[in-house]
Ligand binder design. Structure first.
Ligand code: PMV
Length: 347
């Protein structure tokens, strides 16, 4: 039996894709598999207070973001609850007070949908667990990831660490379109402590939402080739992750980022999400890599911010380079040092 009330708190990290997810089928099924590093410092903490209510004919919830009511997020949560109700039939029995806050600066241009939907899914799964206390941990995580996927595709990669694969791939055992799995192979230690510094180039509203972006892959002239490329890049990455060949890693990761943006530039309508400073940063990274032979590289999400990836052994010199050379291209000089993390935690 479910309790009359209670409160749960989960902290879920953001993630950054190495092989990108871009294009989907209903309902939230990726057109191609993807893989990401789970981050550590960039995270969302969500608490869910649940209280039994009298009638159970509709959803009832309040939403607070960083302590203040946030009504413009409500439709997204409403849609999410509708999508997951068939898996969590108790949703209409409670009034929920959902409080959420991010570790990264407010409207920094870092998407909080992945970490936010992951944290909320974990809180709701934890209520479900009270009905089924013996549920094993791997089922708990898989189902939380499944629910998170229905909130925001890439959110299903924000439950576990340190590398998460989402999307069925013949050469990756147990991979699924329905939830993310911890990468099932032993990887080279260099990748277990990889660093990611996020350069906040442009904090404004994105020109194109990811929902619209995914839709633009329908009827896109290069879509089929792109999806095939993602499958083969996962095969290539599988070898790189074992060998630790950072030259190959750099090429693959940067090519994936530019391909994501190339898809947006060649869709109809078309978008350029990079800003002049994005390109200046990319060029400086290339020059630095050439001059110092340090294996740093960049990747991008669907926006202008740049993620700088590098091994922990180069941390000191790369962070000096970022401070001295790249910070000037960031809005208000802002950037966040992060690294590969180990997944969501209950608080
Ligand atoms: O999770 P969504 O639907 O917001 O899609 C985000 C997709 C990218 O971040 C651009 C790439 C990825 O795989 O994370």
């Amino acid at each position: 039996k479910l309790p009359d009330n209670g409160k749960l708190i989960w902290k879920a990290p953001s993630n950054i894709a190495l092989v990108k997810y871009w294009g989907k089928k209903p309902v939230q099924i990726p057109a191609n598999p993807s893989i990401s590093f789970t981050l550590d410092a960039c995270a969302t903490t969500t608490s869910v207070l649940f209280e039994k209510k009298d009638s159970n004919d509709s959803y009832s919830f309040d939403l607070l973001f960083e302590g203040k009511p946030k009504d413009d997020f409500k439709p997204k949560i409403q849609t999410f609850l509708e999508r997951i109700e068939m898996y969590l039939p108790f949703l209409k029995e409670y009034h929920f007070t959902i409080e959420t806050s991010n570790s990264f600066p407010h409207s920094s241009g870092i998407a909080s949908s992945a970490s936010g939907m992951a944290a909320l899914s974990l809180c709701l799964m934890d209520i479900e667990k009270k009905l089924n206390p013996t549920m094993d941990e791997s089922l708990f995580h898989a189902k939380a990831s499944y629910l998170a996927r229905l909130g925001s595709g890439s959110a299903c990669r924000s439950i576990k660490g340190s590398l998460v694969q989402w999307g069925k791939h013949a050469n990756i055992p147990k991979s699924s379109d329905l939830y993310g799995i911890e990468y099932p192979f032993e990887i080279n230690p260099v990748f277990k402590s990889y660093c990611d510094t996020i350069l906040l180039v442009h904090k404004g509203q994105k020109q194109v939402s990811s929902t619209v972006g995914h839709q633009l892959m329908h009827g896109h002239p290069y879509a089929e080739n792109r999806f095939q490329q993602a499958f083969s890049n996962l095969d290539k990455l599988k070898l790189i992750l074992v060998s630790g060949d950072l030259e190959e890693f750099v090429m693959l990761v940067e090519s994936e980022a530019l391909t994501l943006h190339a898809m947006m530039m060649t869709s109809m309508p078309y978008f350029i999400l990079m800003k002049p400073d994005t390109l200046k940063i990319i060029n400086k990274i290339w020059e630095y890599r050439e001059a110092t032979k340090t294996p740093i590289c960049f990747t991008l999400d669907a926006g202008a911010n740049v993620h700088v990836l590098y091994p922990v052994s180069d941390k000191e010199k790369v962070q000096k380079f970022i401070k001295d050379e790249l910070a000037e291209h960031c809005e208000n000089g802002q950037y966040i040092h992060d690294q590969v993390g180990s997944g969501a935690i209950k608080i």
